[in-house]
Write a protein that binds this ligand. Structure first.
Ligand code: ZN
Length: 287
């Protein structure tokens, strides 16, 4: 399409171009959410929150894997696998089952998310501006947030300072040059077997665009903390607690325990303030 600036100066040409585009069936670009939802509809139909990552990964088709991977700019080669061969990379497929978990989470609408009093304020201000209809599923809103944040995901085997995943975020670079965030994963991450745990990590890394980095924990300066719920950890914990509330019924007992473990350890170790004592997500329990 022509750059927007040129259109005002050439009204007749603009009409001709517009007419040609209508005839040619030019559509607005399909969002990552719409594309992934269309390609992965079988996977979403079959999705069950109680499956662990090992059970969920083989159910993802190559087409669906490709669509999910495109959402976070997955660098397949660095992860050592392809969309056809998910089993070649435990870590890579863990990322994909996390994305599928987010894609299939249709229980609430975007409006429900905006109304959630536990949603951290800065991420609320981000999500309320998203081009998503109020009655759209929660998944569409979360995909809009992720897509705005993560553009390149590569596998980094050697990141000793980052025990889980890391979005390398440099606010100055990001503002100046739109440097993409880099999402890196370590191989041992897949021992957290609940896909919802991966979903929480993806959302955490996406939230770095909004919150920037962490601060050293007061108890252990080697560890990363946030001073309150307003930080990437807070958004991750909100994600995990919401999953437990929506899906943590007794039919997902072992998966819920894994998600709950991830929630409590982060609440107690990585929110460095009194906030967690009265914040509902840190108090959520499996049924
Ligand atoms: Zn972080």
């Amino acid at each position: 399409m022509a750059p927007r600036r040129a259109l005002g100066r050439l009204p007749m040409q603009r009409l001709t171009i517009a007419g040609a585009l209508v005839v040619a069936g030019c559509q607005p670009p399909v969002s990552d959410y719409a594309n992934a939802r269309a390609v992965c509809w079988v996977e979403v139909e079959r999705w069950h929150p109680g499956r662990n990552a090992d059970e969920a990964a083989p159910m993802i088709s190559a087409e669906c894997a490709e669509a999910l991977g495109a959402t976070i700019g997955l660098d397949w080669v660095s992860f050592g696998f392809t969309p056809e061969r998910l089993q070649d990379s435990a870590t890579g497929s863990f990322v994909l089952v996390g994305l599928l978990d987010l894609l299939a989470d249709e229980q609430d609408s975007a409006q429900d998310v905006w109304n959630d009093p536990d949603l951290p304020q800065f991420v609320y201000e981000e999500l309320i501006r998203a081009q998503v209809a109020p009655d759209a599923p929660r998944a569409e809103l979360m995909f809009a947030m992720i897509r705005a944040s993560l553009f390149v995901s590569e596998f980094a085997d050697a990141s000793p300072d980052h025990p889980n995943a890391a979005a390398y975020y440099d606010a100055q670079d990001h503002r100046g040059t739109f440097t993409p965030l880099m999402l890196s994963w370590r191989p041992d991450l897949s021992h957290f077997d609940a896909p919802a745990v991966a979903a929480g990590i993806i959302v955490h890394e996406a939230a770095h665009r909004i919150y920037g980095g962490h601060v050293p924990c007061s108890q252990d300066p080697e560890m990363d903390c946030d001073l309150s719920r307003e930080g990437a950890y807070g958004v991750q914990l909100w994600t995990l607690a919401g999953w437990i509330t929506r899906y943590g019924g007794d039919y997902t007992v072992s998966t819920c325990a894994t998600v709950s473990e991830a929630l409590y350890s982060r609440c107690s170790e990585q929110i460095d303030g009194e906030d967690k004592l009265e914040w509902a997500p840190c108090l959520v329990e499996c049924p």
